[in-house]
Design a protein around this ligand. Structure first.
Ligand code: DOR
Ligand code: ZN
Length: 366
């Protein structure tokens, strides 16, 4: 058994308000505990998006009533809300700026719409960018021009990680995260190909074809995946970008992008540790120390997770707490299971059961 700190996931789509058939604060935070996370930060691309006082209250009230683990809520940057969101900054996980198109309504196409947010959002609260490829280069230029930190979500390409590396070397205040799906999967080829997390892992069922492989940023090539693994030292955080959509939606004509990830992330990273591609210290830095610092999160006294690092098993959607009913890692053989979570002195999860009740979770900004 190994003990780790309560993990932090800075990138979760909880789906409440508005799309609770996919997930809500109850199911998302149970999935978080089952995955070893004691804090999650919730993205604002809900329905309605979280972009003003009343929508922020909607999300915070639902979280307060239902969360089983600790949480923060992001605000979304819109075309006309820079003053408003900067006044709410102390209560928010951070400001999320969607600079490329993805699921939901929040998007800032025009760079003049980025400027007021960079001018006004307080420097000591995080700005997180959804920015891909050349848009990322523009976002990093903004960090340099305004001399303020930015955190880049879900890096997936070789050109992106090399750009971030170069920016860090110049002293630009940029941090970044990667997600398991961009480190363990490549874009499906015809016929669809799954990459195993390790040469040892065999026997996964099915493929990741059609709508199931839709995610933003898209799954990339082996060259990109290799570049991420080669630049682990440039990567500050391992996030999940837990983005649940139901199986029915993923199988539809117009499949929404996104994968669930809360319950599969740690087992995948631990399997990589078993394969000597990663160390337990990497996990502690990228899933606890670095996100705690970047997002300025409070201590959780008497909080830890227990992991059976020798438990070998197959990932199965049927065993998950997420409401979406599937996982892109179905049938993958992994090594490492979360057996117990203690959160603020309270046994919150044990042997597959969530024990912390609804409402036990606290807002990290309160
Ligand atoms: O694949 C994605 N799904 N990428 C995003 O940026 C949004 C997310 C979602 O909310 O479903
Ligand atoms: Zn996301």
């Amino acid at each position: 058994m190994i003990r780790l700190p309560g993990l932090i996931d800075p990138h979760v789509h909880v789906r409440e308000p508005g799309q609770t058939h996919k997930e809500d604060w109850d199911s998302a935070t149970q999935a978080a505990l089952a995955g070893g996370f004691t804090t999650i930060l919730a993205m604002p691309n809900t329905k309605p998006p979280i972009f003003d006082n009343s929508t922020f209250e909607l999300a915070l009230n639902a979280a307060k009533e239902k969360a089983h683990c600790d949480y923060g809520q992001y605000l979304g940057a819109g075309p006309h809300n820079a003053d408003l969101v900067s006044s709410l900054a102390p209560k928010a996980a951070g400001l999320k700026m969607y600079l490329d198109s993805t699921f939901g309504e929040l998007r800032l196409d025009d760079m003049t719409l980025w400027m007021p947010h960079f001018e006004k959002y307080p420097n000591d609260f995080p700005i997180v960018l959804h920015s891909e490829s050349r848009t990322m280069a523009a976002g990093i230029l903004f960090a340099a021009l305004y001399d303020r930190p930015v955190h880049i979500a879900h890096v997936s390409l070789k050109e992106e990680i090399l750009l971030i590396k170069a920016a860090k070397e110049e002293g630009i205040k940029v941090t970044c995260e990667v997600c398991p799906h961009h480190m363990f999967l490549t874009q499906p080829q015809p016929p669809p190909v799954l990459r195993t997390p390790s040469p040892k892992s065999k026997g996964f069922g099915g493929g990741l074809g059609g709508g199931h492989s839709e995610v933003r940023p898209r799954l990339a090539t082996q060259k990109d995946v290799d570049a991420l693994w080669e630049n682990l030292d440039v990567i500050d955080c391992f996030a999940t970008d837990h983005a649940p959509h139901t199986l029915e939606e993923k199988d539809s004509e117009n499949p929404p992008p996104g994968f669930p990830g809360l319950e599969t992330a740690l087992p995948l990273w631990l399997t990589a540790v078993d394969d000597r591609r990663l160390t337990v210290d990497d996990i502690i830095s990228k899933m606890y120390l670095n996100p705690k610092k970047i997002f300025n999160l409070p201590d959780q006294p008497e909080t830890w997770i227990e992991v059976d690092e020798n438990a070998e098993y197959e990932i199965k959607a049927a065993n998950q707490f997420t409401r979406c009913g599937w996982t892109p890692f179905e049938g993958w053989k992994v090594k490492g299971r979360v057996t117990r979570v203690v959160l603020r002195g309270r046994e919150a999860f044990k042997d597959g059961k969530v024990l912390a009740e609804k409402g036990f979770g606290r807002d990290v900004r309160e």
